[in-house]
Design a protein around this ligand. Sequence first.
Ligand SMILES: Cc1cc2nc3c(=O)[nH]c(=O)nc-3n(C[C@H](O)[C@H](O)[C@H](O)COP(=O)(O)OP(=O)(O)OC[C@H]3O[C@@H](n4cnc5c(N)ncnc54)[C@H](O)[C@@H]3O)c2cc1C
Length: 345
Amino acid sequence: MSQKTLIVGFGIAGASLAHRLDEQDRDFKIISDHSQQATRVAGGVINPIALKRYKKAWNADLFFPKALAFYKALEIKLSDHFLDLRPTYKALKSAEDQNDFMAATDRSFLKDFLSSKILYNDKIFSDADAIGVVNSTYTIDLNTFLDQSIRYFDMRFLSDSFHYADLKCLEDHSFNYAGEIFDQVVFCEGYGVIHNPYFTDLPVYGNKGEYLILASDDLQLQNRILKSKYFLIPLGDNLYKFGANYDRNSLNNQPTQDARAHLLEQFEKMISCSYEVIDQVAGIRPTLKDRKPILGAHPSYQQMFIFNGFGSRGVLGAPHLSQILSGFIFGKKTLDSDIDVKRFY
Ligand SMILES: Cc1cc2nc3c(=O)[nH]c(=O)nc-3n(C[C@H](O)[C@H](O)[C@H](O)COP(=O)(O)OP(=O)(O)OC[C@H]3O[C@@H](n4cnc5c(N)ncnc54)[C@H](O)[C@@H]3O)c2cc1C
């Protein structure tokens, strides 16, 4: 008899896992509410390079090609367009910064992405005379991706909160949730995991991020992303996302006046143009102290799993790691110790 899996949470973690199980024709259900919204508000930038020090992001050589292949295949499967190539223009604010950028253009992996030609006297930034170009960055429109995935999963998707008290762990290691039997439960609740009584010992902390949504007819960025202190990401129709900041204190999804004032100040330092603030959004990045994701099985309930801890790079890592997790759950493959939830037990 085929096994049935319950996925709790439908951000990038739950959605990636659901698509992996669907590829393998597995039987599953998804339950998710709107209590967390990291994926819905994220910039959706797929960038394999840490732009502060021009280093490869963790595992980016593995994650980047997997992410592109995954999202391209899903555009076909879901019959919609949500992936765009958008080169990033990075402000180089000092001679040292320019030297560091140039040095990186010679390094393996990085040289495939960074243009060796620095742009000078390009009047894009007010706060820099030189620009380093990262050619192969992409964005994914995460709301279209999630909405189309929900439409595709149809009856398998239940829009509701998961009530932990209603989960019964049965003697044969399966679960009864609200009268339905599941062989596995996989928790993908993002920062909502802090309310999960089965994983109370994990050192997950939240890192709130906010974006301003700006409208400007003056800015003509075409498809380019700009990066100075923060990112300016084109959304189409003369709309732009600007941010996101990091705040470890006010951990809720409410936009704040402080972040708005700070982001506006930074925007006006970075660029000179007329604009209007259309909206402001906030979400919480689920982050671990060691900045690595968490995958794997509960120490006592062997068919209960977790998929979380994506911090600020969920869009890059989830496609590969969802494949690794499904291999662990169904193929009895082992997990690397640096991502295994076991490292905290
Ligand atoms: C402002 C901001 C900008 C970002 N920009 C980028 C970027 O450009 N590129 C990038 O790679 N990453 C970015 N990130 C990081 C990325 O968004 C996260 O790593 C990722 O979205 C986390 O996904 P998740 O699925 O784990 O959590 P979430 O997206 O938060 O999804 C969890 C889901 O589970 C649901 N849930 C929780 N508890 C329950 C429950 N009890 N019952 C039912 N449902 C529940 C929530 O409501 C939610 O739908 C950004 C994050 C923020 C906040």
